[in-house]
Design a protein around this ligand. Structure first.
Ligand SMILES: [Zn+2]
Length: 455
């Protein structure tokens, strides 16, 4: 064997139990109690540690591009390094189609770019921004793309599809047995509210939240649920932020629709109060932070398993690229970092404070995302024969979140000074140690592209 991890508490989405793990050639070869006389090159004692399957973050944006230019602060290399230090061993990023251009070509370019840089395993969603090139969908699926992202808003960035286009895309993706992933906000409402606020001279960060009202999310979700029902396509709702949106997901599930949904740590932990003060501009993202009542509703929907997974929507910008607080809200680039702190934050919040169980946490952050996007059981599980992607987690370590101690390329963090109990102390990808006691120690670019398969 290459590696044995002994005396840990293994956690999967069903249970916690004491066992040892033997790893060879990047795979879990045995899960056992006692001593099996295995010879191993390295033995790690995980006493008093939890052993999780590596986390799967299915919604990240590294080196985000806009009109062909990289606008976010990180690269695939720095972003996946931060991911590894946060216990994330699989990410799903996006190949955004430039309207009028081939999504297949865009996918090959994005993949080529990522392949040489990624420290963890990864896959891609393809964003469809028009209904041209639909004949490329079967090829994309055979290349390992399971999910097609659509936007109901961002008409000003040429990203949105209108209602007829959504129906056509849903039908075509359904025919090819793919799934669709939606960013749901009503475009006309967002534009109208934004323009009215700007005209009234209301351009502080708080007006970003006012410019994207609850009803914009509720209406768009209601509409795409109808389209999904009529076409039979499998639908995943990205970043739910409102009580109304999560209630709609619950109702759709009760009605038997093939629909899943996600939220992000920031919608559970933060609300629109964060937009006040001189640093408020840093926390601009879309959809925006909401109210305390929405936080409460989302927590309930996480607890009752309506919300299937927690993702970060990680998108890193420096203070400079966010305009240093001196530009109106509608000109501030949208996005916050999240991938390195999502596990400790969610552990501290959901387990220590909300009393969820460890298997629930692992379902939300590893197993369900792997299942939804067709990577399970290779990812998202701890079973004999699956990839040896592991996180050793110390549930007792106390840490204060400090930007300088994280591996991002920026000097700010939405959770600066927050104290959490519990932190990942080792991350292993296919049997190789990537991160140990907060230091990245692994190979920089040995992550692999994963083919997602819809079942
Ligand atoms: Zn996103």
């Amino acid at each position: 064997m290459d590696l044995i991890i002994k005396n840990g508490t293994i956690v999967d989405s069903n249970r916690c139990y004491q066992a040892n793990l033997a790893i060879a050639e990047g795979k879990i070869k045995a899960i056992f109690l006692g001593d099996k006389n295995f010879q191993a090159e390295k033995v790690i004692d995980a006493e008093k540690k939890m052993v999780f399957p590596g986390l799967v973050d299915s919604h990240v944006h590294f080196q985000l591009q806009d009109l062909g230019k990289i606008i976010s602060t990180d690269t695939f290399a720095s972003g996946t390094k931060a991911a590894a230090c946060g216990g994330v061993t699989t990410v799903i990023d996006f190949a955004d189609q430039t309207r009028g251009e081939s999504p297949l070509k865009g996918f090959y370019e994005r993949k080529k770019n990522a392949d040489s840089q990624v420290a963890v395993d990864y896959s891609l969603h393809v964003s469809k921004t028009d209904i041209e090139f639909l004949d490329e969908i079967p090829t994309l699926i055979s290349e390992g793309i399971a999910s097609f992202k659509f936007f109901t808003t961002y008409s000003w960035r040429n990203l949105d599809l209108n209602d007829a286009e959504l129906l056509i895309l849903f039908r075509e993706v359904r025919k090819c047995r793919g799934m669709v992933v939606g960013h749901c906000e009503n475009d006309a409402m967002v534009i109208q509210y934004r323009n009215d606020l700007i005209q009234e001279g209301k351009t502080d960060p708080i007006y970003h939240a006012h410019s994207r009202p609850h009803i914009a999310e509720e209406e768009a979700i209601q509409r795409v649920l109808l389209f999904a029902e009529k076409t039979g396509v499998k639908l995943h709702l990205a970043h739910l932020t409102t009580k109304e949106g999560s209630d709609l997901l619950s109702l759709a599930k009760q009605q038997g629709l093939n629909v899943t949904g996600e939220t992000c740590p920031h919608y559970l932990l933060l609300n629109e109060r964060e937009y006040k003060g001189s640093e408020g501009y840093l926390n601009l993202m879309s959809p925006p932070l909401r109210h305390a009542k929405d936080q409460q509703a989302l927590i309930k929907r996480v607890q009752d398993r309506t919300i299937d997974q927690i993702v970060t929507d990680h998108c890193e910008f420096s203070r400079e690229s966010k305009g240093k607080g001196s530009v109106p809200f509608h000109q501030v680039l949208n996005g916050i970092p999240g991938i390195e702190t999502s596990l400790p934050l969610m552990h501290d919040f959901l387990i220590n404070k909300q009393k969820l169980t460890y298997p629930q946490l692992i379902a939300l952050m590893s197993t369900k995302p792997a299942q939804i996007f067709g990577l399970y059981p290779q990812k998202g599980s701890l079973m004999v024969g699956t990839d040896a992607d592991l996180v050793l987690f110390d549930p007792k370590i106390e840490k204060v979140i400090t930007p300088e101690k994280l591996h991002y390329s920026i000097d700010w963090n939405p959770y600066t000074s927050l104290k959490v109990v519990g932190w990942p102390v080792m991350t292993i990808l296919r049997g190789n140690i990537l991160c140990e006691d907060g230091d990245f120690v692994g190979p920089q670019n040995k992550g692999k592209f994963l083919k997602c398969t819809n079942k």
